[in-house]
Design a protein around this ligand. Structure first.
Ligand code: TRP
Ligand code: SF4
Length: 438
């Protein structure tokens, strides 16, 4: 199986995806350690991750870390688009540096939108909504791919460590794909890794919250990050922790540097074997790998390298459309747009697919199916913050105590509040946009 980031497929079987691509389960112990964990994290909507432990660790120890995400505007912003930004705003509240890429070059290369069209849509629709949703200008930078020279340089330079076969294996490209499209994964890698350049805050854990369709880009970015490292820290065959120098020049000097770095972490029982370009650390354990790697990464910058820490990622489920298919800008009845008038949203909600039974009598007897209900999904993803309140709706639906008509009204009322609030806040957003752009 291949994931195609540019197709409109939605991937339903999340467990299978996770297993097939080596994505880890986003388990309780990962979010429980965070301050006031966000509902999307608590409720299993964020279902998978790579290396989220690095983020948890940085957040717990109050060390710097960054969030980078990107958007490719396609029509009006709807509830599906709101999810990533909800996550980003939460991470901002717990101390992350925020970077948001407007993927105008990617939109041009893969969808044929001009840079001007993407710019207009980002400025009139997406960024005002981000601000209305609560994104703060402090430690936050929104930029356009086409205007960030460092990102473009990165994309070109990082391309040195990727070859055509790798792109074909990852994306299924063939000879008829245009070059700008072929280059776009490298640009996204530029987005993701540039935040670790000195100018943007330096080497630090970086989290990329995305939908699972973006995982190929994550795998590529992680491979490229690793390929640019001077050192590799791993568990050896005989279960020792070893630091290996990956380059052939100045090996002695690099081993000296590694020893000094390890001494800073109080590792002293070291066995150095220059022929293997290796240092084995007797007293280190598996759990120590990430902190050793992090300090070595930082030392690489002083040696003239990039020292990229492999970016972490989380993957969220997609919200289903109100009609039961994909939520999509091109099918207005499937989506609630953040600029919908409350009465328009109400009508869509009233027409939505529910998990109710065919007749009222039947529903009272056997209950409804909240797990298959678009209204319940609205509560779960967007409308109800309190877990207990949500649980009550779930249970009373299952028991047949709650009927769909009332339930839809409840959802429409909550949606009205949300939309009116956004409408009010958007009014003041325009004059603030400049505080976010870099
Ligand atoms: N490719 C993403 C999309 O289709 C947009 C994007 C560009 C992005 N750069 C990124 C996402 C960096 C995450 C990280 O929407
Ligand atoms: Fe969905 Fe509510 Fe109907 Fe249950 S009662 S199926 S949650 S609309």
């Amino acid at each position: 199986m291949k994931i195609d980031p540019w197709s409109s497929t939605t991937y339903q079987d999340y467990t299978r995806l996770r297993d097939e691509f080596g994505i880890q389960k986003f388990s309780e112990d990962l979010w429980k350690g965070l301050p006031h964990p966000h509902r999307l994290l608590r409720r299993g909507i964020v279902f998978g991750h790579r290396d989220f432990e690095l983020i948890l660790d940085a957040s717990t120890k109050k060390k710097p870390w960054a969030i980078l995400t990107g958007l490719m505007p396609s029509g009006k912003m709807h509830l599906g688009h709101k999810m990533v930004i909800d996550e980003v705003i939460y991470y901002q509240s717990i101390g992350a540096d925020i970077f948001i890429a407007v993927a105008d070059i990617e939109a041009f290369a893969t969808r044929g939108h001009t840079l001007g069209e993407t710019k207009d849509l980002a400025l009139s629709e997406y960024i005002p909504n981000y601000i209305a949703l609560g994104l703060k200008p402090e430690n936050c930078c929104i930029y356009f791919q086409s205007k960030n020279q460092d990102v473009k340089d990165m994309a070109y330079i990082l391309g040195k460590k990727v070859n055509w076969s790798q792109l074909v294996a990852t994306y299924g490209f063939n000879g008829s794909v245009n070059m700008a499209h072929i280059f776009s994964p490298l640009l996204q890698t530029g987005d993701i890794l540039h935040v670790q350049l000195e100018k943007y805050g330096g080497v630090r854990p970086t989290l990329v919250p995305v939908g699972v369709d973006q995982d190929p880009h994550m795998r590529l970015s992680r491979d490229i990050a690793q390929a640019h490292r001077i050192y590799n820290v791993t568990v050896t065959k005989d279960n020792k922790i070893g630091v290996f120098v990956k380059v052939d020049k100045d090996v002695e000097k690099l081993l000296d540097n590694a020893e000094e770095t390890l001494a800073q972490l109080d590792f002293t029982q070291l066995k150095r074997i220059t022929d293997y370009k290796a240092i084995y650390i007797n007293e280190a354990k598996k759990e120590d790998i990430s902190k050793i790697d992090e300090l070595l990464a930082k030392s690489e910058v002083k040696l003239g390298g990039y020292g990229f820490i492999q970016p972490s990622s989380t993957y969220h489920r997609f919200i289903t459309g109100l009609t039961g298919e994909k939520m999509s800008s091109s099918k207005p009845e499937s989506a609630i747009f953040l600029t919908d008038l409350p009465k328009v949203a109400r009508k869509k909600i009233m027409n939505a697919k529910t998990g109710g039974a065919v007749t009222l009598k039947e529903q009272k007897k056997s209950g409804g199916k909240p797990d298959e209900c678009m209204i319940y999904e609205l509560f779960l993803y967007h409308l109800i913050e309190d877990d207990r309140e949500l649980g009550n709706i779930y249970n009373s639906c299952k028991k047949g105590e709650q009927m769909c008509g009332n339930c839809k009204k409840h959802a429409a009322d909550l949606m009205e509040k949300l939309l009116t609030d956004l409408h009010e806040k958007r009014k003041k957003a325009n004059e603030k946009i400049k505080d976010y752009l870099r």
